[in-house]
Design a protein around this ligand. Structure first.
Ligand SMILES: [Fe+2]
Ligand SMILES: [Fe+2]
Length: 292
């Protein structure tokens, strides 16, 4: 018989410390990012399974293989708009906060940013496209290699990673002395840019934007690159590896993240009515057919 298990300390999400004012939307803030285990709850069970598979399989070697595979950008060609429409078919299996197609989340995030930052059109577009790297799921990548929180490989797993150390018990890197110490394969304060991060939609979209010569500002690129690195930006881990530049990046990522997380409400944006505005931003910052 399945039983509801009390949440151990390692599963209390560190982003709770960073939550914005309760008025941000209708959903109570403590209801977001609930990773407690309850095998009677199909969404919680789906989320847990996705993360355990990820934490078992993501190794230094696997991340290198995925970079080799995806950073050639020879998989397909598509405009940003068509890629976003494709996301309509994707429900993120790692996300405990929404069961809606990803394009709804894209517009919810973008529109909420637009309310608070009406003049920063690059920021609106960043909200709209931040999860676009998830299109990898339509080209043979399993979701555990595309979605979810990220973390560095090649050094000790941080305690703040969701589901904790226990979820890495079947990962071969956990037992590899080259990779399982505090610094592992890195030098102290080498900087985030020099860490090998678990392969996901963040790094893919960041590299995609460089490859396709987008005109988005540097802060947009970093918001995208590290938005899922919760053990760093919310958990406070890995400070022995980061450097001064990363403190600036952290401010940008935290500003972005409140919109990414707390706009996952059930309110449906009027996507058809919003397209003309966002098409004008795509035209300005990343026009035409891109290489994916
Ligand atoms: Fe994301
Ligand atoms: Fe997102």
């Amino acid at each position: 018989m399945a039983a509801k298990v009390k949440t151990p300390v390692s599963m209390i999400d560190p982003s709770q410390l960073l939550r914005p004012e309760p008025s941000f939307n209708d959903k109570p803030l403590e209801a977001f990012r609930d990773y407690s285990i309850d095998d009677n709850d199909p969404i919680k069970e789906r989320v847990r399974r996705t993360y355990y598979t990820m934490h078992t399989n993501v190794t230094v070697d696997l991340v290198k293989q995925k970079r080799e595979k995806w950073l050639k950008f020879n998989h397909f060609k598509s405009t940003i708009k068509d890629a976003l429409i494709k996301l309509n078919e994707l429900v993120d299996e790692s996300d405990p906060d929404t069961d809606l197609p990803n394009i709804v989340h894209a517009f919810q995030t973008a529109e909420r940013i637009r309310q608070d930052h009406p003049d920063d059109d690059w920021f609106h577009l960043t909200g709209l496209i931040h999860d676009l790297g998830k299109v990898m799921a339509f080209y043979g990548e399993p979701q555990w290699c595309v979605v979810g929180d990220t973390f560095p490989v090649g050094c000790k797993w941080a305690d703040s990673i969701v589901y904790g150390q226990e979820s890495f018990k079947d990962n071969p890197d956990t037992y590899n002395p080259k990779y399982n110490s505090k610094y592992g394969m890195y030098d102290p304060h080498c900087g985030l840019d020099n860490l090998l991060i678990s392969w996901s939609h963040d790094e893919y979209l960041y590299q995609f934007l460089l490859h396709n010569k987008s005109k988005l500002p540097e802060k947009a690129l970093y918001m995208i690159r590290y938005h899922s690195l919760y053990p760093w930006h919310a958990g406070g881990d890995y400070r022995h590896l980061t450097n001064e530049k990363d403190e600036q990046i952290l401010k940008w990522v935290l500003e972005f993240n409140k919109y990414d997380l707390y706009t996952k409400s059930e309110k449906m944006p009027d996507i058809e009515a919003l397209w003309p505005y966002y098409e004008s931003l795509i035209e300005k910052y990343i026009p035409g057919v891109c290489e994916w």
